[in-house]
Design a protein around this ligand. Structure first.
Ligand SMILES: [Zn+2]
Length: 60
């Protein structure tokens, strides 16, 4: 599993996305950025910022 914690990019946000595929995590994270954080956060390097913060998550 891959996991992205929005709080690592937007301090204070508790949203996280996890999926088997990194691309799916990125897709969900971008959707969250658009719907929740709007234009203030979206920049052309946003996907790179998200990818840099995606971590492997151990299955419990
Ligand atoms: Zn967020």
């Amino acid at each position: 599993m891959k996991r992205f914690d929005c709080g690592s990019l937007v301090p204070g946000c508790t949203f996280h996305a996890s999926a088997d595929e990194e691309a799916e995590v990125v897709r969900r994270a971008v959707e969250h950025m658009r719907t929740t954080h709007g234009e203030t956060i979206i920049r052309e390097n946003m996907v790179d910022n998200i990818k840099a913060r995606i971590k492997d998550e151990e299955k419990v």
